[in-house]
Design a protein around this ligand. Structure first.
Ligand code: SF4
Length: 295
């Protein structure tokens, strides 16, 4: 893979020889694969999402909960065949879906892996769990292979994107990327058991001191997407990694979260998951040791 241009960084790395800005090399490294109970209930269901955590990330969030893998290298490297086999094993183990976490730097391996897994009988939905810092032309390559898009819309202002993730142009790319996800998959559809089958589910993690960013993200959704777009408004922020200074060195207050929830409901959005404040627990972050934990 020479002169990589897969994401908005367009860093041009020759990944057959060296890692890109995102830390990804020629083959994806899998930090963890397991049945995961802590996604939204429509994804985790009773048996868990079949989560595959990839190493590498094109953002540098100072509050990253997964920093051990987002900019670390843990676990086995897999080619397309091995990745397809891993997906099929997760389905056999009872996973409700294949939940690909931070997959975008790995499309050159992921696309043939999905094609192979589907050709060999993978029948559960494929979830593309992304920070939304994506190029539309890269997402277009996934049309027909991804069933559920799960973008995390982080900020709207250039100042927040730069300060918290080192990407002043974050929203400039995330906004059209989310519109492309909606074009491909539409609003979220559930099956007869209440599990997600297809569509778009947008997450927004409300950050301490950033209710205005939450309002901006919700405005974008309400003004550009159907009002039945499924939103997951998250309160689970826990200070970690480099978040040592105010306001990110504390948890979200009840008052801040209530203001975000009230604003969300005032926009007429009809499908919103709201979290208990008790969800802010670091134990919900899985350990990363390169395990393939499939029963
Ligand atoms: S995916 Fe990684 S290597 Fe490719 S352009 Fe983005 S940061 Fe660079």
């Amino acid at each position: 893979m020479s002169r990589c241009q897969l994401c908005p960084r367009r860093c041009g790395a020759d990944r057959s020889r060296a890692k890109g800005l995102c830390g990804a090399g020629d083959l994806p490294q899998i930090a963890r694969a397991a049945l995961h109970p802590w996604e939204e209930p429509v994804l985790s269901g009773s048996r868990g999402a079949g989560t595959i955590f990839f190493c590498g990330c094109n953002l540098s969030c100072i509050f990253c909960q997964n920093h051990a893998i987002s900019h670390g290298a843990i676990g086995p490297r897999m080619d397309a065949e091995a990745l397809a086999t891993l997906m099929l094993r997760l389905e056999e183990a009872g996973a409700h879906n294949i939940d690909l976490v931070t997959p975008s730097p790995h499309l050159p391996t992921l696309i043939p892996a999905l094609q192979t897994a589907k050709a060999k009988g993978l029948s559960i939905p494929v979830v593309y769990n992304t920070n939304a810092y994506e190029l539309v032309e890269s997402l277009k390559q996934l049309e027909g292979l991804v069933d559920i898009y799960l973008p995390d819309l982080k900020y709207v202002s250039a100042a927040a994107g730069e300060k918290y993730s080192g990407a002043a142009d974050y929203f400039q790319y995330a906004a059209p990327a989310i519109l492309e996800m909606q074009r491909q998959c539409g609003s979220l559809v559930l099956d007869e058991n209440g599990l997600a089958r297809r569509g778009l589910l947008i997450r927004h993690l409300v950050l301490p001191g950033s209710v205005d960013e939450a309002r901006g993200a919700l405005d974008f959704i309400a003004q550009n997407l159907p009002l039945d777009t499924q939103v997951s408004l998250m309160s689970q922020y826990v200070p970690c990694h480099l978040a040592t200074k105010p306001p990110l060195n504390r948890r979200l207050t009840r008052r801040e979260y209530s203001r975000a929830v009230e604003y969300c409901l005032s926009l007429g959005l009809t499908r919103v998951y709201i979290q208990d404040m008790e969800a802010a627990d670091p134990s919900f972050t899985p350990p990363f040791a390169g395990e393939i934990e499939i029963p």
